[in-house]
Ligand binder design. Structure first.
Ligand SMILES: Cc1cc2nc3c(=O)[nH]c(=O)nc-3n(C[C@H](O)[C@H](O)[C@H](O)COP(=O)(O)OP(=O)(O)OC[C@H]3O[C@@H](n4cnc5c(N)ncnc54)[C@H](O)[C@@H]3O)c2cc1C
Length: 263
């Protein structure tokens, strides 16, 4: 039997009205410290009064460990049971959960990394970023380059933009690319799907490259071993598969591509 904890909603922020996405910060009052690894998820548990059945849903933790707190980032899904329950919580309300669970965590020692996310797939990336570049405390990135490639449809769906922009301004080895697939004309940033940007970025980084196919760029294997770079992908199934296939097709080893599907 898994141990159930009670989390109290300490802070609730609206990240996007259009997308109905909320940032929720919970305190686990019964614990002095809530231990987990950045990138893991919690399993939230509640009874559905309509069916009388207990429901469990996973939510990636959107923060690095800090005392007895954890954050999540939730999109309201029309007609969905748990997302609506969470989005309708008020500060002070409580929630049952177990965890933390999951293997979507940073591999050690740190190497150059590409974080690839869409939608609320940004949650574990915020956890990774907070852990690598803490506000108070030593920088754990060891000078390795970290790119965050974040894709959404519209500008209103870019969550935590200020945080990531400030992080990129402060740390020269943190690079932030937000790309829109359906951006308005006024959008002056990047456009297109994440996998296209990732392919370009990886190709540019590789010292040696060969052109293959119709404009596709494939880095050559480093003769001294595999590339010292990892990709961490989180988002909806289609994006995760497309990004993963693209990287493996470019010669990456499967172990270099760590992923989590959040649908
Ligand atoms: C490892 C993991 C991590 C996750 N992390 C997050 C997270 O950080 N933030 C977050 O918001 N969600 C996350 N999810 C998704 C979450 O667990 C729920 O599936 C989601 O909140 C919908 O649950 P629900 O009970 O509201 O909908 P349900 O009652 O389960 O579904 C209602 C209907 O909505 C459809 N549906 C389900 N999910 C979606 C969706 N995302 N978009 C559109 N339609 C959908 C279903 O197919 C169904 O028809 C994660 C899932 C996994 C497996």
């Amino acid at each position: 039997m898994r141990q159930l904890y009670t989390a109290r909603l300490a802070t609730k922020l609206l990240l996007s009205d259009v997308a109905q996405c909320f940032h929720l910060e919970f305190a686990v009052d019964e614990l002095p410290e809530f231990a987990f690894k950045a990138g893991q998820f919690v399993s939230c548990v509640a009874d559905d009064p309509k069916t009388g059945k207990q429901q469990t849903r996973a939510y990636s933790i959107a923060s690095a460990p800090r005392e007895n707190m954890f954050d999540i980032c939730v999109n309201r899904v029309e007609g969905g049971f748990f997302s609506n329950l969470l989005c309708d919580l008020e500060e002070g309300d409580t929630l049952k959960f177990h965890g933390a669970h999951g293997l979507f965590t940073l591999r050690q020692p740190p190497v150059d990394s590409v974080f690839i996310a869409t939608g609320t797939g940004i949650a574990p990336m915020r956890g990774f970023a907070q852990w690598l570049f803490p506000e108070d405390g030593p920088n754990r990135s060891e000078g390795k380059d970290v790119w965050l490639v974040y894709g959404t449809r519209y500008e209103s769906d870019i969550y935590y933009q200020d945080y990531f922009e400030q992080l990129a301004a402060k740390h020269p080895n943190f690079h932030y690319i937000a790309t829109l697939s359906r951006g308005q004309e006024s959008w002056t940033g990047q456009r297109g799907y994440v996998q296209e940007h990732v392919a370009r970025l990886v190709a540019t980084r590789a010292e040696q490259k060969v052109l293959v196919g119709a404009g596709d760029v494939q880095p050559e294997r480093n003769p001294n071993g595999p590339f010292e770079i990892y990709a961490y992908i989180c988002g909806l199934n289609d994006m995760v598969s497309a990004s993963r296939d693209r990287l493996v097709g470019m010669g990456w080893e499967k172990k270099q591509v760590v992923f989590e599907r959040d649908d």
